[in-house]
Design a protein around this ligand. Structure first.
Ligand SMILES: Cc1cc2nc3c(=O)[nH]c(=O)nc-3n(C[C@H](O)[C@H](O)[C@H](O)COP(=O)(O)O)c2cc1C
Length: 400
C-alpha cells in the first residue's frame, strides 16, 4: 500500500525554467501511487517535452483544449482529480487564473474542478516582487487556492536570486499534495505549537552546554500535525534533521529564548507539544570573552534554567491541550505522573532513556502515554513518526 494509491492528480505545468523540476515531482507522485495526468501549457512544451512526462507517469500527457477527439478532456480530468497542482506557475499563468481565463486546457480544468488546487509560483525574484504578480497571487488565495510561497535561493539564471522566486523542491510539493489528500480531521485549521531539539547555553562566546537531542521527535510531530491540516509553529533549537514542510519555524538558541517563543505562540495555540530537550542548566556567569586554554577555570558554576512549561503556564488559552515529555532513567511512570500534575498537563509522553530504541537521537521510541485519568497507554517500539501519530490521535480526542 502506497500513500497516494489510486489518487488522481492533475499536474499542470506552465512555461518556466523550473519545469525541469516538475519531471521529478511527476515521478515522486507516481511512485507514491498517484495516477498523474500531466497538462502542459503551450509554452511549457518548449521547455520540457510531453513524452518525458508520459514516460515518467505511464499516462498520456495532455496539451490541447479545442481539438477533435478531445472535446471533453477538460471536464473528465477536472472531475477525476482529487488534487490539481500547478508547478511551476508562471507570472502569466497567475494573471490568467486570477481572472478566470479558460483559453487553454489547464485554465478550463481549474474552472471545472471541485478539487483543491495547489499553485507553486516560480520566476525571477523581481517578477515575483512586482505588485501586479503579488496582487494576482493574493486573488488566488482569496479564491481558496493553496499558493505555496517560492523560496529564496539560486534561480536558473546565475545572476539572479537575491529574493524569493525559486520553486520549492519537489519533495516539499509532494508533502503539500499529501496534506491536501488527507480528509479533514479535528486538527484542520487548529494552531499546533511544537518544540523540538536541544537548546544551547553559552559558557563563553564560542562554547556552550547542550545535550544529544536530534529534534527528530518534535519534527515528526510537527510534520504529522501539518499533514492533518493544522497550522504548525515549530519552535526549534539546533536540529540534526531537516525542518518539516509547511511549518512556520522559529529558531532559538537558549532555553530562555525557547520559553519566550513558546509564550508568544501560546497566545493563539490550540495545542502545545513540548518535544524539545531544553538545557536544564546554564553557566551561572557566562564569560564575555573566550576562556583561554591555558587558564581553564577550576570549576564551572551552573544555574537552573527556567522550566518552560511552568514559566509559560499563564499564557495558555483556556482549553488548550498541553503535552509534555518525561524522559526518565528510573521509576518512569511515577516520574511522568508527577510531572503531569506538577505542570498541569493534559498528556505526558513517558519514556525510559535506558531502554534500547527509546529516547534521544535514534529513529525509534518506546513510550507510554498518560492523560489526567492516569491510565497508561503502553505503545510498542515504534518509529518516531508512528509515535507522533499516536500522540496526535490523543491530542485530537482531548481538544474541546
Ligand atoms: C528562457 C525563459 C525562461 C522563462 N522562465 C520563466 C519563469 O521562470 N517564470 C515565469 O513566470 N515566466 C518565465 N518565462 C516567461 C514565460 O515563458 C512566458 O510568460 C509564457 O508566456 C508563459 O506561458 P504559460 O504561462 O502559458 O506557460 C520564461 C521565458 C523564457 C524565454
Amino acid at each position: 500500500m502506497r500513500p497516494f494509491d489510486g489518487a488522481r492528480v492533475v499536474l499542470g505545468v506552465t512555461g518556466g525554467i523550473a519545469s525541469y523540476k516538475t519531471v521529478w515531482l511527476a515521478r515522486l507522485l507516481t511512485q507514491a501511487g498517484a495516477e498523474v495526468d500531466v497538462v502542459l501549457s503551450r509554452s511549457a512544451r518548449e521547455f520540457v517535452g510531453s513524452i518525458t512526462f508520459e514516460a515518467v507517469t505511464g499516462r498520456p500527457a495532455h496539451t490541447v483544449l479545442v481539438a477533435e477527439g478531445h472535446a471533453l478532456d477538460h471536464i473528465r480530468l477536472a472531475k477525476a482529480a482529487r488534487v490539481v497542482v500547478v508547478a511551476p506557475a508562471t507570472a502569466d499563468f497567475l494573471a490568467r487564473a486570477a481572472h478566470g481565463h479558460a483559453d487553454d486546457l489547464l485554465g478550463a480544468i481549474l474552472l471545472a474542478t471541485g478539487a483543491p488546487v495547489l499553485v507553486a509560483p516560480a520566476m525571477n525574484d523581481h517578477m515575483w516582487a512586482h505588485p501586479q504578480v503579488q496582487a494576482n497571487a493574493e486573488r488566488l488565495r482569496d479564491l481558496g487556492y493553496h499558493v505555496v510561497a517560492p523560496g529564496t535561493g539560486p534561480l536558473a539564471s546565475p545572476t539572479e536570486g537575491a529574493g524569493p522566486g525559486r520553486m520549492p523542491e519537489p519533495e516539499t510539493l509532494l508533502a503539500h499534495v499529501g496534506r491536501l489528500l488527507e480528509p479533514p480531521g479535528a486538527l484542520t485549521g487548529r494552531h499546533v505549537v511544537v518544540t523540538a531539539g536541544p537548546t544551547r547555553e553559552p559558557v563563553d562566546p564560542v562554547r556552550f552546554l547542550s545535550n544529544h537531542s536530534s529534534g527528530r521527535m518534535g519534527v515528526a510531530v510537527a510534520a504529522a500535525a501539518w499533514r492533518r491540516g493544522a497550522d504548525v509553529t515549530l519552535v526549534a533549537g539546533p536540529l540534526s534533521v531537516p525542518a518539516p514542510a509547511g511549518a512556520t519555524v522559529v529558531r532559538v538558541g537558549t532555553t530562555a529564548e525557547m520559553a519566550a517563543a513558546v509564550r508568544h505562540a501560546l497566545a493563539t495555540a490550540d495545542a502545545l507539544v513540548m518535544a524539545a530537550a531544553p538545557a536544564d542548566f546554564a553557566a551561572a556567569a557566562p564569560a564575555a570573552h573566550k576562556l583561554k586554554k591555558d587558564r581553564a577555570p577550576e570549576a564551572l558554576v551552573l544555574a537552573r534554567t527556567e522550566d518552560i512549561l511552568t514559566a509559560t503556564a499563564d499564557a495558555r488559552r483556556p482549553g488548550a491541550v498541553i503535552v509534555g515529555f518525561a524522559l526518565e532513567t528510573e521509576r518512569v511512570l511515577e516520574g511522568a505522573r508527577a510531572k503531569l500534575a506538577a505542570k498541569d498537563l493534559d498528556l505526558v509522553v513517558a519514556n525510559d532513556a535506558t531502554e534500547p530504541g527509546a529516547g534521544f537521537g535514534g529513529e525509534t521510541n518506546r513510550v507510554t502515554l498518560i492523560a489526567r485519568d492516569g491510565v497508561p497507554q503502553v505503545l510498542p517500539l515504534l518509529s518516531k513518526e508512528a509515535v507522533a501519530e499516536a500522540i496526535l490521535d490523543r491530542v485530537e480526542a482531548l481538544l474541546p
